[in-house]
Design a protein around this ligand. Structure first.
Ligand code: ZN
Length: 320
């Protein structure tokens, strides 16, 4: 008997591919979040189920009114700062152009900037030499890139919003409290969550996704006594990053404190996308060695975080 994996426990119920070019101005609509109709609210903006800051795309929806679109869009700056500087490094377009990365400045110093020119990232580190480290023996350059500040809770909310955008209306019935939580842009600390707000991240070394995509998975069975897996799990891929998270406040668990339960988080094996399979080669990795990093996003103040990126080089040349 083999140990149950993510795919034994979860089935795919929706993905961004189902939304390709869906936006239609001529039909009558009902917003899936506030339940207002096109008679009550306008539906003029084109809502993307994956915000374009995660990569240019045409995954659009007919289920979101302009007010909700604006309300939930408020978290996107935090998401954008959080996922920098990868789009610039790989040259991924967001709306119409590749973003320029500018690092957070600690004092009067100049930012490190990365601009994508002629198919290559151009890095200007000004006077921030301390952020660069050469390892001559292993031919490695390590860069410490200081991201602009972001609020972890807002990053989590903007990702949950992607999950709800993908979520079929009948399933959304169980997530009314999640919608209320998203709609309130405040930092109540008294909230009792049914699951911890963990974000799991895999970073590829050899590959990247040109276009973002997102998939929503549903648990295949009922919860057992004192033990449960969250019902919905979202996977979002953008560039070299793959995120996985679980959607909080499902009605089946909304009144329980997760600390009193044995919570099982099954992880989507995103790292497999980074490997090149040869034939029938079998890969066995123990769960404790998965190259997946867990972040606790339940924090509502701005944080400073850095990304450390390693490059291999062939030859170093100095230029005048
Ligand atoms: Zn609405």
């Amino acid at each position: 008997m083999h140990e149950k994996t993510f795919f034994d426990k979860y089935e795919l119920i929706s993905s961004s591919n189902d939304f390709r070019g869906q936006f239609n101005v001529t039909i009558d609509k009902v917003c899936k979040f506030c339940l207002k109709t096109s008679k009550e609210n306008t539906f003029k903006n084109i809502p993307h189920v994956i915000p374009e800051l995660l990569g240019k795309n045409n995954y659009t929806s007919n289920d979101e009114c302009d007010s909700c679109n604006k309300l939930f869009g408020a978290y996107e700056t935090d998401l954008s700062n959080y996922i920098s500087p990868y789009q610039t490094l790989i040259g991924q377009k967001t709306k119409s152009k590749i973003p320029i990365f500018q690092s957070r400045k600690d004092s009067a110093e100049k930012s490190t900037t990365i601009k994508y020119i002629d198919g290559k990232p151009n890095i200007n580190f000004n006077n921030n030499l301390v952020d660069f480290h050469y390892d001559y023996t292993n031919k490695l350059i390590s860069m410490n890139l200081k991201k602009k500040k972001f609020i972890p809770l807002n990053v989590y909310k903007s990702l949950v919003k992607i999950g709800l955008s993908l979520c079929p209306r009948n399933e959304l019935e169980d997530y009314k409290k999640t919608i209320e939580w998203l709609a309130k842009n405040d930092s109540e600390s008294e909230i009792v969550y049914d699951i911890p707000l963990n974000l799991y991240r895999t970073r590829f070394a050899n590959k990247y996704y040109d276009k973002p995509f997102a998939s929503l998975y549903k648990r295949r069975f009922e919860i057992a006594n004192n033990k449960y897996e969250p019902k919905l799990s979202l996977v979002v891929c953008s560039g070299v990053l793959v995120f996985q998270l679980f959607i909080p406040f499902c009605t089946e668990t909304e009144n329980i404190n997760y600390k009193e339960y044995q919570l099982v988080n099954d992880l989507y094996p995103a790292f497999l996308h980074n490997l090149d399979f040869k034939g029938e080669e079998k890969i066995e990795i123990h769960p404790s060695q998965l190259p997946i990093i867990k972040y606790d996003m339940n924090y509502s103040a701005q944080v400073e975080a850095d990304e450390i990126i390693h490059f291999k080089y062939e030859k170093l040349e100095s230029i005048k």
